[in-house]
Design a protein around this ligand. Sequence first.
Ligand SMILES: [Fe+2]
Length: 189
Amino acid sequence: MNAFHSRRPAILFDPVLRSLPPRLLRPFELECLVRSLAASDVRWRPLVRHDPRQRWYTRLHWTPTVEVWLLGWDVDQDTRLHDHGGSRGAFCVADGRLHEEHGTAGATHLRSRIHGVGSAASFSTRYVHNLVDCGPGPATSLHAYSPPLSLMRFYELDERARLVAAYQLPVAGPEPDGQALPVLLGEDP
Ligand SMILES: [Fe+2]
């Protein structure tokens, strides 16, 4: 599923963002950040869009050490199985429901869970997941990454049901822009 990236990314002026330390954030700090932003929606709520043709997102905040994205999902829009390059991350659901399959690169077991409103998760660099809006309506979520995303690897299950990276793409947001050519990997990174 392709994504839409606003050509004019919004910068959110929020006290929580202004108070972030100027360093890389740990997963639990990123989770606290997205939980806090999701719980106080007055500043970002007017920006939310949902597009039945493609997943929508816009950047709320960026520094060299952390970025925050606002995502709008329609039913069945998904991310495909991916990691986040060298970034740690977290997300929190503000509207609707997201189904998540998640595991670790090279492992054989994918777990599954549903995130409803207020549900959040955080992860480190070997985390692999796929998120999909499982309905019954649109979903909205907030995502934070530290450092900002620069690369995503996309995964498949091999003949032994191991999660292996199939290809990677440079990114400037929570999904490749469709212009870059994928680099085939063929083995676990
Ligand atoms: Fe992700």
